[in-house]
Structures are given as C-alpha cells and as structure tokens.
Design a protein around this ligand. Structure first.
Ligand code: MRU
Length: 346
C-alpha cells in the first residue's frame, strides 16, 4: 500500500511554488505555480491551499520567493523585503499557528545569515526542508495513532485533515492510512463540512482515490450516527492546540466532541508539534470569521435570501476535558494536557 495518495499538495519546483488548486477539487485535479509571495498569500486567503500544515509550508515558501525576487544588494535591505513579505503572509489567516511557525522558521534562518546570498539560500533551503519533514512527521504520527485503532473500526472525522491539508499523507487521515497499511480494516465517516465542504470535496476525494472505505454524511447526521453506535472513534486534525489543552479546529469539531462524550466514544485530535502553541492560552486565540458568501451560497449558487445577516466562524474550540488523548509524532499524549503538552514541546 506504499502508493497511498502520493501527490504533493505543496512543493518547491525550480525556484517556484507549485500547489494543487484545492478549489477545483473534486472535479478537476489541477496545479498552480507561483513565483511571487503575494500570489501565495492570495492562494492561502482563498483556500487554493488550506489546512494548517500545508499553509505553514506554503507561507515559508512565500518568504523564499520574496528572497529570490528581492533586488536588495545589502542584507538590511533584503531583511526589510522579507519582513514585508512575512507580514503580508501572516495577515492571511489568523487561527492555524502553523502559518506563523512556518514563517518564523524561515525568518530565523534569514536573520542568522551574514550575506544576501547566504540569506537567500538559507530561506529556500529551510522551506524545502519543511516540505520533506512534513511527510516524515505525518508518517510517524500516523503510525502512533494507528496503534489505537482496532480492526474493523469506524472513524468519524471532520473537514479535511488529510494529504491535502499537509504536504502529504495527512494527520487524522494519516492515522487511518497507517492503520490500513498495517492490515486493519477501517471505515471513515465523512461529514460534508459546510460551508466550504472540505469533507465532501477533499476528504472524500482522497479516500475514494486511495480506495479506503468511506461514507459521506451531512453535518447534521453526526449526532444520529453516534447515537446509533455507528462510530467507534473520532479523529480530527487541529489548527492550534494551546498550552492549556484547548483544541482549535474546523467549525463542527466541538459538537462532535460533545456528542462523542455523550455516547462514550473516544475523541482524538491528531496534530504535529508545529500545531501546539505554548505561548497562548485558549482565550488569546483569534477564530477566523470568513465571508458571508460561503454560507449564503453552495458552490456559487445562492441558497439564502439576499440581505440575511450571516455569521461564519471558520473554527471552534474544544476544551481539554472532552479530549481522550492527542496523537502526535512523538507519541500519544494523555491528560492532564497542561502537563503533557509542555513535556511534548521540551
Ligand atoms: O479552513 P481549512 O480548510 O484550512 O481548515 C482545515 C482544518 O480545520 C483542518 O482540520 C486542520 O487544519 C488540520 S489539517 C491537518
């Protein structure tokens, strides 16, 4: 099964950034190639590329593009160009900490350089290293999580925490892939995930492509499926996990966690260390509010009357008391998370 979803979501190709255009899926698998950081910023904002680890790597590559394009002859000038690009990329989406982690990592390499040439090379090198690391980390995380899964289980997920949300392999879906690779039969229940439909469009696309058993459900069917005993485990991704153990992930995750607890079903976020934010507690995180268009329209077609007020929070927050354990590349974290998270990061 080594040929599971081998496409790379984001890759560095001949000094440019190449990525799958996720807005065209599932109908068309197409790629876009960018040579300028503002193009990468626009792609992150419009969700051509999305998913916490994927936008972290894409943003790092955006800084690398700025380094390539800069005409600076002296290091302070180059650093100003890079700071400008970094600020633009940081402003694209507020919730996933991986975005800031990716930018900070390449900026640290640039700051340590002693010449323009060295800084340019270091930033590109770091961004490419992050691309490679992402897949390796997800494979480790997947193997750790797969040990929790028993043969024949049905896993409920949310949104897309798969290969398309990372460079490759995925986090929550990485766990599923690793369990299937180890010979277990796993079924995935895929909520459509309104408003942007990452479940129906992206998770379903990946699983169908990999021939992993899956069933698409409407978001409103989640509670019913849990009440019927049709879910053995919930595994979701995360955009940020704060030092006090709160999990920020796609809107709809919190209701899955509450309902899972109600029905005695284990709930696990699966996330790499780059998603953990030791610098913040839950009350210091901004939940992105996206445009009304996503809610009043489905794939461009209006479904609600003009003038209707709309709220469109893109993420929600699950408190630690609803989390059974957290799956990471360094092992599975048990509660109390305010103790195990700092240990994970040390
Ligand atoms: O708005 P999106 O599609 O970027 O949201 C993605 C999610 O919420 C994912 O679950 C999360 O980024 C983890 S991806 C491994």
């Amino acid at each position: 099964m080594a040929d599971f979803f081998t496409l790379r979501t984001v890759t560095w190709a001949d000094g440019k950034v190449k990525m799958i255009d996720q807005t065209a899926l599932p109908t068309r698998l197409s790629y876009v190639t960018y040579a300028a950081p503002d193009q990468v910023a626009a792609a992150i904002r419009t969700m051509v590329v999305r998913g916490a680890p994927a936008i972290g790597v894409a943003a790092a590559m955006g800084v690398a593009l700025a380094a390539r394009r800069s005409k600076a002859a002296k290091l302070p000038e180059l650093m100003r160009d890079l700071e400008d690009a970094a600020a633009m990329l940081r402003s694209t989406r507020p919730t996933a900490v991986n975005l800031f982690w990716g930018i900070d990592r390449v900026m640290a390499r640039a700051r340590a350089a002693t010449s323009v040439r060295e800084a340019r090379e270091a930033v590109a090198e770091e961004a490419q290293a992050m691309e490679e690391e992402d897949v390796a980390v997800n494979r480790k995380l997947g193997a750790n999580g797969a040990e929790l899964i028993r043969d024949g289980e049905t896993v409920l997920t949310q949104c897309n925490a798969g290969a398309l949300a990372t460079v490759g392999y995925g986090t929550a879906l990485g766990v599923v892939r690793a369990a299937v690779e180890s010979g277990k039969l796993v079924k995935v229940l895929v909520p459509e995930t309104r408003p942007a439909l990452q479940g129906a469009r992206l998770t379903a696309y990946e699983l169908v492509r990999d021939r992993i058993s899956c069933t698409l459900i409407s978001d409103t069917a989640v509670g019913h499926m849990l009440s019927l005993g049709r879910v053995d485990r919930v595994i979701v991704g995360a955009d940020r996990i704060t030092r006090d153990g709160y999990v920020f992930n796609k809107i709809g995750t919190y209701q899955e966690a509450v309902l899972a607890r109600r029905h005695g079903v284990p709930f696990h976020p699966a996330a790499p260390r780059s998603t953990f934010d030791l610098g913040r507690s839950h009350d210091q995180v901004t939940i992105e509010e996206r445009g009304a268009e996503e809610v009043v329209k489905v794939r461009g077609r209006r479904i609600a009357p003009k003038g209707i007020p709309v709220a469109n929070p893109a993420f929600d927050m699950t408190p630690p008391e609803l989390v059974t354990s957290m799956i990471t590349e360094r092992g599975v974290l048990a509660p109390p998370f305010e103790e195990t998270i700092p240990r994970l990061m040390s």
